[in-house]
Ligand binder design. Structure first.
Ligand SMILES: NC(=O)c1ccc[n+]([C@@H]2O[C@H](COP(=O)([O-])OP(=O)(O)OC[C@H]3O[C@@H](n4cnc5c(N)ncnc54)[C@H](OP(=O)(O)O)[C@@H]3O)[C@@H](O)[C@H]2O)c1
Length: 257
């Protein structure tokens, strides 16, 4: 019997990258359905609902264990894209204390727990960030690392994608510090790339949502990236897995403390 068409379930689908992941997954050959999750209270959920159709469905299941587990068991996704996360500004607006622990890490753990009973187990494609490390100074990157660890130890097949700074003129929400960082860093990295530091340029230059989504979907569906960390330079390069020899898994994916 033919296996069923892949079904992609995208958490954080109202976000800058999540929304682009929904569209990139829907364009991917063979994908039967894309389910775009919007949290019930999301102000961006209505815009998401108005803008999608075809193979894309919007799901507004509450972010609680039992309803999420039922929703996932009902649609049995083959791929679970996890693209949510908060910012200090949004957390202040929502009155969240320890926001990265509660949202970036806590919600990832909740989604993994909800997905644990799905059969066959879905592949988790986790949008992480360059710099995620147990030694990271800031709470954001430390919690990203802990969320990566939760993904790695979940027992589910996974692909962790470490994105660089994400942004572009198409980001509706103003993020002045990120825009400033991109404006300064990208031209500098372009010059460094031109004089030979191509890996540095490819790893650190910013990406817009479409580029990141294309990389997430490509990596998430590729057999060579299963149970691996995909670094930002690999995320942006089409065909990288076929063309290049990867460092052995033991060195690539084992953190050096
Ligand atoms: N910005 C960067 O440079 C960068 C770089 C690397 C990785 N990342 C990571 O990539 C992720 C997505 O980035 P993005 O630019 O697409 O972010 P975004 O546009 O801010 O979208 C964030 C998503 O998370 C959801 N969310 C926010 N607060 C939540 C909460 N308290 N509970 C549940 N869901 C919540 C949002 O839902 P609503 O629409 O309902 O608010 C939205 O769907 C971020 O988490 C970030 O950590 C970002």
């Amino acid at each position: 019997m033919e296996p069923p068409d892949p079904v992609a379930f995208v958490f954080g689908a109202t976000g800058y990258v999540g929304r682009a992941v929904v569209e990139a997954a829907a364009r991917t050959q063979g994908v039967g359905q894309v389910i775009a999750h919007a949290r019930p209270g999301s102000s961006r959920g209505a815009a998401l609902e108005a803008g999608v159709g075809g193979s894309i469905l919007v799901d507004r299941t509450p972010l609680e264990l039992s309803p999420l587990a039922h929703a996932l068991e009902a649609c049995r996704p083959s791929h679970l894209f996890i693209c949510h996360g908060t910012t200090a500004r949004r957390a202040r607006r929502e009155g969240l204390k320890a926001p990265y622990e509660a949202v970036d890490l806590g919600l990832t753990r909740l989604l993994l727990e909800a997905a644990a009973a799905v059969s066959p187990p879905p592949r988790v494609v986790y949008l992480s960030a360059i710099g995620a490390s147990p030694r990271a100074r800031g709470a954001y990157l430390r919690n990203r690392w802990l969320a990566e660890e939760a993904v790695r130890s979940s027992g589910l097949p996974f692909t962790i994608c470490r994105a660089p700074l994400l942004g572009g003129p198409d980001r509706r929400e103003p993020r002045p510090m990120e825009t400033l960082a991109r404006t300064v860093a990208d031209p500098t990295l372009a010059v460094l790339g031109a004089v030979g530091f191509t890996k540095l340029r490819d790893r650190l230059s910013s990406m817009n949502a479409a580029e990141a989504a294309e990389g997430l979907v490509r990596s998430g569906f590729h057999y060579m990236t299963i149970n691996r960390v995909v670094q930002s330079d690999e995320l942006r390069r089409v065909g990288v897995y076929e063309r290049e020899r990867w460092t052995p898994e033991s060195r690539r994916d084992t953190p050096r403390h």
